[in-house]
Design a protein around this ligand. Structure first.
Ligand code: MRU
Length: 360
């Protein structure tokens, strides 16, 4: 059998139904080591999401969907009420692994709906339907990212400089990525973009993952530290910014990896359009504004001692380590969804986007 070598040839997340496992690339080891791991228990799936072995809003959603299917498959009863009670317990447990990316609860709620809508069927039939739904969630993710890529591509021209923050790439989804989808489609069509990838402190998703996957795909990518985005924009090297999102509020305020709002403020200063690549599954119409988005706080050690053998900061120093920030909707030129590009005011344009989704 031919040896797989390129990171783009591996699935970010997949289901191994035969061994009842969710299979992922352990992203904490990239780019040095490509380690594929199989998650079988609720604890393993929860830990993998919390520890960012699988990360990025859409990939978390797919992993959770496969995860709850695998756990449901293992529930040993033919009684619907007993099955649903255990399913609900496992679902709530997985849902507690990370708070900001809405795709986690979105995917789990979708799976729960399958159980609730089929109460008249046998437990084994429900398990089969759960399997089909989890596969559909992943297939949909691929279609959605491709559509985002096509719309995103209309916002740029060949030779453009594009800046991105964090990893909203293939490693954060099932294929194409969201923010990277226009870049990959452009690459196939000879657009020759010049991409700048912010390193993305503290966990370096930009350096370890975005720079890695773009370089592995032959894209012209330049890695920059987070504090260099003003310089590259001032130099006139950036024509557009594409980033992903973890939750978009109904007014367009967008939570994404910490530092995104700094990029947005700098982009305004230098008149560079800031675009959010957002599957409609990441738009949370139940959250009116960014103020209501829960921002995950992570361990201080990610800042003080993650990347060096020696501690990088004094013992006992106070640390503030939010994983995400909210970019004000006023700084966002457009939100690129699979049903088109929403423009300000987002409260209005989202209505059109969701009407198209309803009609599809
Ligand atoms: O903490 P992470 O690595 O899960 O954060 C990921 C991001 O902020 C991504 O930009 C976002 O989830 C969109 S992924 C298509």
């Amino acid at each position: 059998m031919e040896q797989k070598k390129n990171i783009m040839d591996y699935d970010t997340v997949s289901l191994d139904d035969e061994s009842s496992a969710v299979v992922i690339i352990d992203q904490t080891k990239l780019p040095g080591t490509t380690e594929i791991i199989a998650l079988k228990t609720a604890q393993e799936i929860w830990d993998a999401i919390y520890l960012l072995q699988v990360r990025g809003a859409p990939a978390i959603g797919v992993a959770a969907a496969y995860g709850i299917y695998v756990l449901a498959k293992g529930i040993d009863t033919d009684n619907y009420d007993e099955f649903y009670a255990e399913f609900k317990k496992q679902k709530e447990y997985l849902d507690s692994s990370r708070p900001t990316a809405v795709n986690l609860s979105w995917a789990l709620n979708r799976m729960e709906q399958v159980v609730l809508n089929n109460a008249d069927k046998s437990v084994s039939e429900i398990k089969q339907l759960l399997k089909e739904e989890s596969i559909e969630i992943q297939d949909e993710d691929i279609r959605v990212c491709k559509a985002i890529g096509e719309y995103g591509l209309t916002l740029v021209k060949p030779g453009d400089g594009i800046l991105t923050h964090c990893n909203a790439g293939k490693l954060a989804t099932s294929k194409y990525g969201t923010a990277t989808a226009p870049i990959y489609l452009g690459q196939e069509r000879g657009y020759n973009f010049r991409v700048f990838a912010d390193e993305t402190r503290p966990l370096l998703q930009g350096a370890r993952l975005t720079a890695f996957e773009l370089q592995s795909s032959g894209v012209d990518v330049t890695l920059i530290c987070d504090n260099m985005s003003a310089t590259v924009m001032k130099n006139g090297w950036v024509d557009a910014i594409f980033v992903g999102c973890d939750r978009v509020a109904a007014n367009g305020d967008t939570a994404n990896k910490i530092g995104t709002s700094v990029v947005a403020a700098v982009a305004k200063q230098y008149n560079v359009p800031m675009y959010i690549a957002a599957p409609t599954s990441t738009i949370d119409m139940n959250t009116p504004t960014g103020d209501q988005i829960k921002i995950e706080q992570r361990k201080p050690e990610e800042v003080t001692e993650m990347w060096y053998k020696e501690r990088m900061a004094p013992e006992g120093v106070k640390v503030f380590n939010p994983a995400f920030d909210v970019t004000d909707h006023e700084l966002i030129a457009g939100i690129v969804t699979e049903f088109g590009i929403a423009r300000p005011p987002y409260t209005e344009s989202f209505k059109e986007i969701f009407a198209k989704k309803e009609a599809a």
